[in-house]
Ligand binder design. Sequence first.
Ligand SMILES: [Zn+2]
Length: 404
Amino acid sequence: MADGATTRDLRTRNRARVLRRVVVAGETTRADLAAQCHLSAATVTNVVGDLLREGLIEERGSLPSDGGRPIGQIGVHPSGAYFLGADVGEHGVAVELFDLSFERLDREFREGRTRESTPSEIGEALQDAVSAIRARHPERESRLVGLGLGLPGIVEDISGSHGGREVVLYAQSLGWPPVHIDELLRADALEVLADNGAKTLATAEMWFGAARGVDHAIVALLGRGIGLGVVSNGELMRGLASSAGEWGHTKVSVGGPRCRCGAQGCLEAYVGADAILGRWRDGGGEPPGSGWRALTALVAAADAGASAAVRVLDETVEVLALALGNLVNLTNPERVIVGGWVGLCLMQSRRAQLEAQVRAAALERPGGQFALELCRFEGDSVALGAALLPLQRLIDGPMAKVTA
Ligand SMILES: [Zn+2]
């Protein structure tokens, strides 16, 4: 009995390693799998056979080798599994459908009914978007593994030992009470997993982007809210109960402007989009709206020499650099990765200024050891990262039980 369990565990673990490697590489060979996964050639042959039978990978023809037999290429079977990922914010939700090669096949966006939506309004928007995508892809339903949610706040799994999963969102900045995930949507035979949105963004960068293969990195999400993923020893840091990385509510001044979380002097109250545009408005600027167009208008005004715009943008870069410099001293990263739409705008317009100031804010030694990079997926990968939550389930075990 014990031997049987051990053999099964070993097979599951080997399957997980090989499948993960094929998904990350896209296309590979059995020899590469053996080397990368530290497995024997015979084990790789067995596992590859199992994954071919599960329909998750496919033969991709062969390459000639020097003198020997041709080398068979294998890759993911894109239609072997499907995943839904959702970027859930207070203003609306974006739900995206991916295949196993993580190509985005479809997307559905729903705005919340009001500017400051309640959890039930966002839940309705989410339900509606998920249903619309599923209705458009009935032929993919049987291989749909699950739905991952990237949420705007702290996400904790508080499941007790008595069974039943309980996952709760704590979105203090939005003024929401704690929300149980199953209050947010009815899943209809679909497994639903959730994580903080900045952590799903960091996860996407770790799998496919600027943090790939990097053991020590910080991934900053700059939008209306400010989030962070800290990659330490190749893993996302979570702390005791998962809130590690709530960087937006670390303080950068004593007193200072009031933050949405209720405290004063939070980073988000300086470099969150609403704070930046609010300061510009106070200085006489007239931002068109509150999103990307308004922020690029600020940059254009600063580039044209408008003094209020120059002041606001310089102050934004200065405070952001100070906060990133603090993180560099705290975590000694190899890469500092900036994403989110505010991050994208600042990296496009003020990258050199930001980089010089981050290095100056940090101690000389760690300040000279990191590379500053833009997120590979720029402003738009919370949903992709969320879709990696059900992928992890598929990697950890066969998919039979999750078909609807
Ligand atoms: Zn705050």
